[in-house]
Write a protein that binds this ligand. Structure first.
Ligand code: HEC
Ligand code: HEC
Ligand code: HEC
Ligand code: HEC
Ligand code: HEC
Length: 254
């Protein structure tokens, strides 16, 4: 198991999510903290005490990591020939080129398509694909026994969506987690960080190539969903990298 895990981490290294920060520290922190959070699909059923969730609403692959990461058995595998998002175990949303991204007259760096690390999040949170729609399944998972309906994070109340139950009556309302494909009301993503040089008086210089000392990150010099959110750390509400009142001023000066 230990060997497997280090192989897994190694494969993550090779796949390189685009950053080379102090790896062991992140790995140690990143390995277990997802367990028990909302992204721990293997644990949800047990915690919530709902038998209808995993197995019916979504497939339980028995390991929480594979809903995002390439399984360790497929070390080094490339998901893109199968329609996957580069470096991740999820399919590229069909909406890849049709997201309405934030735009405004004053926005300096306009973007048309989210980067892979943000497509990862959108592949669940835009509500167009089942949360269990992974490219690779772990070894030993028997697809012949798959009875799941592969429901989506989507507030529409019908048999395709988690909101069948998650409507605020049977279970908590999931609609607020459904970001959709219209991102024009959300913070812009996948644009080059405007504060990379000290020429821009509206933005702080990052503390290093990977972002800021409070944990706010840049990916390839860009702002992504994971710049503000850390799915591996549930310490701050809604998985933020810093408290909401301090988050914005990490980057914005005024
Ligand atoms: C909801 C999606 C998701 C799940 C589930 C998930 N991860 Fe991650 N993981 C990410 C993202 C996004 C990053 C990059 C985050 C960053 O740069 O801080 C990451 C980064 C990592 C890293 C560090 C790699 C690096 O370059 O920083 C390790 C190690 C890791 N995950 C292990 C795991 C393990 C082990 C599990 C299962 C217990 C798991 N992850 C479950 C999304 C996920
Ligand atoms: C495999 C599907 C999946 C992926 C990929 C995924 N999420 Fe989630 N996320 C979920 C589910 C399911 C929930 C819980 C929904 C609920 O509670 O109603 C959730 C909840 C959240 C929450 C709210 C947490 C809370 O405590 O209320 C945040 C923030 C979030 N996700 C951000 C992200 C970010 C950022 C990424 C990409 C790095 C990401 N998610 C990738 C499925 C996913
Ligand atoms: C058959 C009804 C049903 C379906 C379908 C269903 N859930 Fe649930 N879920 C529940 C109930 C009941 C709870 C417990 C009460 C609550 O947390 O609101 C729950 C709890 C949860 C929790 C909170 C668990 C925790 O401990 O934090 C998450 C996250 C979740 N469900 C995600 C999902 C996702 C994602 C889907 C669709 C893939 C889904 N559920 C489909 C009934 C359902
Ligand atoms: C600039 C920082 C920032 C970026 C970039 C960002 N978020 Fe958030 N996100 C926040 C903050 C702050 C909150 C909590 C306040 C709110 O609900 O608006 C939040 C809330 C959320 C929630 C929880 C909604 C709720 O209230 O339960 C989800 C899910 C989420 N974000 C997903 C994403 C995804 C997916 C992306 C990329 C497409 C993204 N975020 C990009 C800062 C950010
Ligand atoms: C990781 C750095 C970062 C963080 C953290 C951050 N922002 Fe931003 N924000 C940016 C960048 C970069 C832009 C785009 C600037 C440009 O290219 O013109 C931007 C753009 C915006 C815009 C649009 C401005 C325009 O010209 O249209 C608003 C509004 C905004 N941010 C609000 C927030 C709020 C509120 C928070 C805290 C929840 C926040 N930002 C956190 C980096 C960040």
């Amino acid at each position: 198991m230990k060997q497997q895990l280090s192989k897994f981490i190694h494969s993550l290294l090779i796949l390189s999510i685009g950053c080379a920060i102090s790896f062991s520290a992140v790995a140690a922190e990143g390995t277990n903290t997802i367990l028990g959070t909302k992204h721990d699909f293997t644990g949800l059923n047990k915690r919530a005490g709902v038998t209808a969730m995993s197995g019916v609403a979504f497939s339980d692959y028995g390991t929480s990591c594979v809903y995002c990461h390439i399984p360790p058995e497929q070390e080094g595998a490339d998901s893109t020939p199968f329609g996957g998002i580069e470096g991740w175990n999820r399919f590229t949303p069909a909406t890849e080129h049709s997201y309405d991204l934030y735009n405004s007259r004053t926005l300096e760096n306009k973007v048309h398509t989210p980067s892979p690390i943000s497509l990862l999040c959108l592949s669940c949170h835009d509500g167009t694909m089942g949360v269990d729609m992974t490219v690779f399944r772990p070894n030993g998972w028997r697809s012949s026994e798959d009875a799941a309906m592969h429901l989506r994070i989507n507030g529409n109340n019908n048999m395709m969506n988690c909101a069948k139950c998650h409507n605020g009556r049977i279970a908590h309302n999931i609609a607020i987690k459904h970001i959709g494909t219209d991102l024009t009301n959300d913070h812009p993503i996948s644009m080059r960080y405007a504060g990379l040089s000290d020429k821009d008086l509206d933005f702080n210089l990052p503390d290093g190539p990977y972002g800021f000392n409070n944990g706010v990150k840049l990916y390839d010099e860009r702002v992504e969903c994971a710049s503000c959110h850390n799915v591996h750390n549930p310490d701050i509400e809604v998985l933020l990298r810093d408290r909401a009142d301090r988050l914005c001023e990490t980057c914005h000066i005024k």
